[in-house]
Design a protein around this ligand. Structure first.
Ligand SMILES: Nc1ncnc2c1ncn2[C@@H]1O[C@H](COP(=O)(O)OP(=O)(O)OP(=O)(O)O)[C@@H](O)[C@H]1O
Length: 845
C-alpha cells in the first residue's frame, strides 16, 4: 500500500520569518539583555548552529524595516476613527530604528489605560486580515471534535530517508509498515486520530487543528494548542512556520483580528505574553533577562503567573513585534538532531477580553464617574461598565521542547534531562487524567511534579478546549520515539474537558437594572391592587361576566407572581451588594444592613429571625474554626523547610515518648490487672458450676414429682370411674328391685345416684322377676368392689346393663341403640339398656 508520505519534502528548513511581507537580516551577537537583542523569530533563511546555555545566550540582531505602507482600503471596508486609533507597539514613539530597545514597552499593560487600547471592527487594519479570512470556513466548519474531548492530530514530517509509517489522511489512521513491526506474527496496530496531516502546507494544518480553537477563544473559552513530539519532528515548524508557510501562531493572530472585524457589536482588549520553561524555571521572554523568574501563583485550578509582562496589541504589527522579541530570547541550540533545537517549552499567550460596545459618542468607552478598580491578579483589566459584562479567555499556543536521547554535549544533555523529565510528568499527568476519565476515578494527578504541568493544570483539568498536534519523524531509526508519541496521543484523546465561558458581570449596572425592574413591578402591583379594591358596584357588574371567577384567579396569581419577583430581585440586590463589597475588601465581612424598608412588618420580622439564626450558625462556625485553629499545624504552608523539619522532629519525639508511656503502662500495670481478672474469673466460675449442679438436681426432683402427680391422678381417675360404675349399677339395681323388697335400697350403700325417672315405667316388668331371695343379684357389695369380674357375672345374670353412666343417662333420655363403652376400666360392654328400660326382649323370661 502506498504511503501518503511519499511526496518529496518541499524543504526542511527552520522557519524563517513570521510574515512573508517582512524583510529582515540576521547577524549573531551575544548580549546581556533581551531587550537589546531584537530578533525576528522566523528570520533565518539558512540553517545555523548556535550553542546556548542559560548563562550565555547567542543573540541575533534583527534590523526591522519599517512596515510597508498600508494598502489602500478595499472598497466597502469600514472607515477608521483616526482619533481613537490605538497606539501599536509596531509604531513606536522612541527608538525609531529599534522599537524594542526600551525595556518597558509603551504597550506594557501596566502602562496603558485599557480603555484607550481597545480594538473593534473599525480599528482592525484591513491588511491584518487580508487573504486569510475565510468566513465561509467558519460558518461551515462545525467544531469537528466534540468540545469535551481533546482534538488530537498527527503530523508526519516529510523525510528524505525511507519512512517506516503508513499514514492515511482519508481514513485518519496511521500504522507501522509491517517490515518494521517487531512481532512478525501479528499485524501492526492501527492508530486512529482526529486528523492525520502530512506535507509542508501549514495553512491546512492550521485550519484542521487550531482554527476552531482560536474562534472558541474569541468566543470566551480558554483554548490551548500545543505541539508534542520528538526533537526535530516539526513542532516549531508547525507552531511558528516560516516565510512561505506561516505557522499556527501568526495565522491564529490574523484570525483574532478577523474575528474582531466580524463582530461589530463588541470591543476587545488583547494582551500578549511570551514565556518559556527552561530547566524548570519560568522566564518571561518579554522582560529583560535580569528580571526575576516568573512564579506560578494561586492554587488548584486557579493558577496565574507573576511577575509576567503583558503587552497590549492592537494590530498584527504589534503582535509581530511581541513575538519577535520573545523569539529572540528563546533558548535554542544546535543539537545532534536539530540545528536550532528548542531547549525550552515556550508558551505564547493571548488574553482576550471583550465586552459589548457601549455608546461610542464622545469617545464613550468609559462610563464617566466610575472609579477604575485595580486589576485582581489573574483577573481582567477591562472593566465591566454600563451593565456590559466582560468576557475573558486565554489562548495559549505552546511549542514543547522535544524529547531526546543523551547528546555528545554536556550542557545539552543536562537540558535534555529537564526536558525529558517534564515531558514524562506531562505523560503521567495525561495518563492519570485519561484513566480517571475512562474509569470514573478520582485519582491524584501529579500536576505539581513539573512547572509545565502545574501551569497547564487549569486547562488539563478541563477548563479549556485543547488541541494537540503530535509531530512524527517518520524515519526508520525513530520508530521507538514515534510509537511513544502515538501512545501519548492516544492517551490524551481520553482526557475529559468541560470548558466554560468566563464572564465578569458589572454589578453596579446590574443593581441599577434590578432597582428599575423593582420600581416597575411595584407600579404594576399597586395598579392591580387598585383594581382589586374597585367600588363594590363595578365589581358586582363584573361578576356577571361569564369568566369572572377565572379572571379573578388569574389576577391573584399575577399579583402573587409580581410579589415573588420583587422579593427575588430584592434578594439579588442584597447578594450583589454583598459580593461587591467583598470584592473591594476581602477581609471585610458582608454587610447585613441593606434592608428594604418597603417590607411589611411581618416580612421584616421574618428577616430578623433568619438573621438571628444566621448569627447563631456563624457563632457555631466561629467555635468550630477556633477548634480547628487550635488543632492546626503550628506552621503556615509556606514556612521554610528547616522549620517544617524541626516541627516534624518534635512530633516524632512526642510520638516516641507516648509509645514509651504506653509500653511502661503495659509493663507495670498490665500484669497485676490481668492476675486480678483471672482470680475473679476463677472464683465466679466455681460458683457458677455449683449453682448449675443445684439447678440440675432441682429439675430432676421436679420431674419426679410431676411423674408422681400424674400417677396419683390416674389412680384417682380409676377410683372415680369405679365409683361411677358402681353407682350406676346400684341405681339400676335399686330400680329393678324397687317394690320387690323392702329390705332397703342398694343405692343407700353407694349413695349419690337418684332413681331414674323412668324406673316407675318399668315396674310392671320388674314385677315379673323371681323373688329377691332367689335373685342372682343378691351379693356381697364389698366383694363386687374388690372383684369386677364378679360384678360382670352378676350383670350377665340380669341381662346386661351399661357401666357407662354417661351412656346410661343418654339411654335413659333417648333410648339410644348405639353400643357404649366403659373407657376408664378399659372394658367395653354392649349396652342393652334400651331393651331393659323398655322392659322388652332383654328382660329375663
Ligand atoms: N512539515 C514540514 N515540512 C517541511 N519542513 C519541516 C517540516 N517539519 C519540520 N521541518 C523542518 O525540520 C526541521 C526541524 O523541525 P523543528 O525545528 O520544527 O523541529 P522541532 O520538533 O521543533 O525540534 P526541537 O524539539 O528540537 O525544537 C526544521 O528545519 C524544519 O524546517
Amino acid at each position: 500500500m502506498a504511503s501518503t508520505e511519499t511526496q518529496a519534502p518541499k524543504r526542511l528548513l527552520k522557519p524563517t520569518s513570521l510574515f512573508a511581507s517582512r524583510r529582515i537580516s540576521i547577524s549573531s551577537s551575544s548580549e546581556s539583555s533581551r531587550s537589546s537583542t531584537p530578533l525576528n523569530p522566523f528570520a533565518s533563511a539558512k540553517k545555523f548552529r548556535a550553542a546556548l546555555s542559560s548563562e550565555s545566550r547567542t543573540r541575533t540582531t534583527v534590523k526591522i524595516k519599517p512596515p510597508a505602507a498600508a494598502a489602500p482600503p478595499a472598497p466597502g471596508t469600514p472607515t477608521k476613527r483616526d482619533p481613537l486609533r490605538p497606539k501599536t507597539p509596531g509604531t513606536p514613539r522612541q527608538g525609531e530604528d529599534d522599537p524594542l530597545r526600551d525595556d518597558r514597552s509603551e504597550m506594557d499593560v501596566s502602562r496603558v489605560d485599557p480603555e484607550d487600547v481597545l480594538v473593534d471592527w473599525e480599528t482592525v487594519e484591513p491588511g491584518d486580515i487580508s487573504g486569510e479570512v475565510d468566513e465561509n470556513f467558519l460558518r461551515t466548519t462545525a467544531n469537528g471534535n466534540k468540545d469535551d474531548k481533546v482534538l488530537v492530530s498527527i503530523r508526519v514530517r516529510p523525510s528524505d530517508a525511507s519512512t517506516a509509517w503508513e499514514a492515511q489522511a482519508n481514513t485518519k489512521s496511521i500504522k507501522l509498515l509491517p517490515q518494521h513491526h517487531r512481532n512478525a506474527a501479528t499485524s501492526p496496530p492501527i492508530f486512529n486520530f482526529d486528523e492525520i496531516l502530512t506535507g509542508s502546507d501549514n495553512k491546512s494544518v492550521y485550519n484542521a487543528v487550531a482554527r476552531n480553537h482560536v474562534c472558541a477563544a474569541m468566543d470566551g473559552y480558554n483554548a490551548v494548542v500545543f505541539a508534542y513530539g520528538q526533537t526535530a519532528s516539526g513542532k516549531t515548524f508547525t507552531l511558528s512556520g516560516d516565510d512561505d508557510q506561516p505557522g499556527i501562531i501568526p495565522r491564529a493572530m490574523k484570525d483574532v483580528f478577523a474575528c474582531i472585524r466580524r463582530t461589530p457589536a463588541r470591543e476587545y482588549l488583547l494582551r500578549c505574553s511570551y514565556l518559556e520553561i527552561y530547566n524548570e524555571t519560568i522566564h518571561d521572554l518579554l522582560a529583560p533577562s535580569s528580571a526575576p523568574p516568573v512564579q506560578l501563583q494561586g492554587s488548584g485550578t486557579n493558577v496565574w503567573l507573576a511577575p509576567l509582562r503583558e503587552e497590549v496589541v492592537t494590530s498584527l504589527a504589534g503582535v509581530r513585534a511581541v513575538i519577535g522579541r520573545g523569539w529572540a530570547a528563546r533558548r535554542t541550540a544546535s543539537t545532534d538532531w536539530n540545528d536550532r533545537s528548542s531547549r525550552s517549552h515556550s508558551v505564547f499567550r493571548v488574553v482576550i477580553e471583550s465586552r459589548e460596545r457601549g455608546d461610542t459618542s464622545g469617545g464613550g468607552r468609559q462610563t464617566p464617574g466610575l472609579p477604575s478598580r485595580p486589576p485582581t491578579p489573574g483577573g481582567p483589566r477591562l472593566q465591566s461598565i454600563g451593565g456590559r459584562s466582560v468576557q475573558t479567555s486565554v489562548l495559549s499556543l505552546i511549542d514543547l521542547a522535544g524529547s531526546e536521547k543523551a547528546t555528545s554535549d554536556k550542557e545539552r544533555t543536562r537540558e535534555g534531562k529537564f526536558i525529558n523529565t517534564s515531558l514524562l510528568t506531562l505523560g503521567s499527568v495525561i495518563a492519570t487524567l485519561a484513566e480517571n476519565a475512562s474509569k470514573g476515578k478520582n485519582d491524584h494527578v501529579p500536576f505539581r511534579n513539573s512547572k509545565l504541568t502545574r501551569m497547564l493544570q487549569p486547562s488539563l483539568s478541563g477548563d479549556a478546549r485543547i488541541s494537540v498536534v503530535c509531530t512524527l519523524n517518520p524515519d526508520v531509526n525513530a520508530v521507538g520515539e514515534s510509537t511513544s508519541t502515538l501512545l501519548f496521543a492516544q492517551r490524551i484523546k481520553k482526557v475529559q474537558l468541560n470548558a466554560k465561558k468566563k464572564e465578569i458581570v458589572d454589578t453596579d449596572a446590574l443593581l441599577e437594572r434590578y432597582r428599575q425592574e423593582i420600581e416597575e413591578l411595584k407600579t404594576r402591583l399597586s395598579e392591580k391592587e387598585k383594581d382589586a379594591g374597585a367600588p363594590e358596584k363595578t365589581r358586582r357588574l363584573s361578576a356577571r361576566e361569564p369568566d369572572w371567577d377565572v379572571q379573578q384567579l388569574d389576577e391573584s396569581k399575577a399579583m402573587k407572581d409580581l410579589n415573588a419577583r420583587i422579593k427575588q430581585l430584592t434578594n439579588l440586590i442584597l447578594t450583589s451588594q454583598t459580593v461587591d463589597e467583598n470584592r473591594g475588601d476581602e477581609s471585610r465581612p458582608a454587610s447585613p444592613s441593606k434592608v428594604d424598608f418597603d417590607m411589611t412588618p411581618y416580612q421584616l420580622q421574618q428577616e430578623l429571625l433568619s438573621a438571628r439564626r444566621e448569627i447563631e450558625s456563624q457563632a457555631t462556625q466561629i467555635l468550630a474554626l477556633d477548634v480547628a485553629l487550635q488543632a492546626r499545624p503550628e506552621l503556615p504552608p509556606d514556612a521554610p523547610e528547616s522549620e517544617k523539619d524541626r516541627l516534624l522532629g518534635e512530633q516524632a519525639r512526642n510520638i516516641r515518648e507516648l509509645e514509651m508511656v504506653i509500653k511502661g503502662y503495659e509493663d507495670n500495670l498490665g500484669a497485676p490487672l490481668r492476675a486480678v481478672r483471672e482470680d475473679v474469673e476463677r472464683e465466679w466460675g466455681a460458683r457458677l458450676a455449683a449453682e448449675e449442679a443445684k439447678r440440675k438436681e432441682a429439675d430432676a426432683w421436679a420431674a419426679e414429682l410431676a411423674r408422681g402427680l400424674e400417677k396419683e391422678k390416674k389412680a384417682r381417675q380409676q377410683l372415680e370411674d369405679e365409683r361411677r360404675v358402681l353407682a350406676a349399677f346400684v341405681t339400676k339395681f335399686d330400680s329393678l328391685t324397687a317394690g320387690l323388697s323392702s329390705s332397703g335400697s342398694l343405692s343407700s350403700l353407694v349413695g349419690g345416684v337418684g332413681t331414674p325417672p323412668r324406673a316407675a315405667a318399668t315396674k310392671s316388668s320388674l314385677a315379673r322377676l323371681p323373688p329377691i331371695a332367689e335373685s342372682p343379684l343378691r351379693m356381697d357389695l364389698a366383694g363386687m368392689r374388690a372383684e369386677p369380674s364378679l360384678l360382670e357375672e352378676k350383670w350377665d345374670a340380669v341381662g346386661g346393663l351399661s357401666f357407662d353412666d354417661e351412656s346410661f343417662e343418654a339411654d335413659r333420655a333417648l333410648g339410644s341403640s348405639s353400643p357404649k363403652r366403659v373407657q376408664n376400666t378399659g372394658k367395653h360392654v354392649e349396652s342393652p339398656t334400651r331393651g331393659v328400660l323398655e322392659g322388652k326382649e332383654n328382660l329375663p323370661a
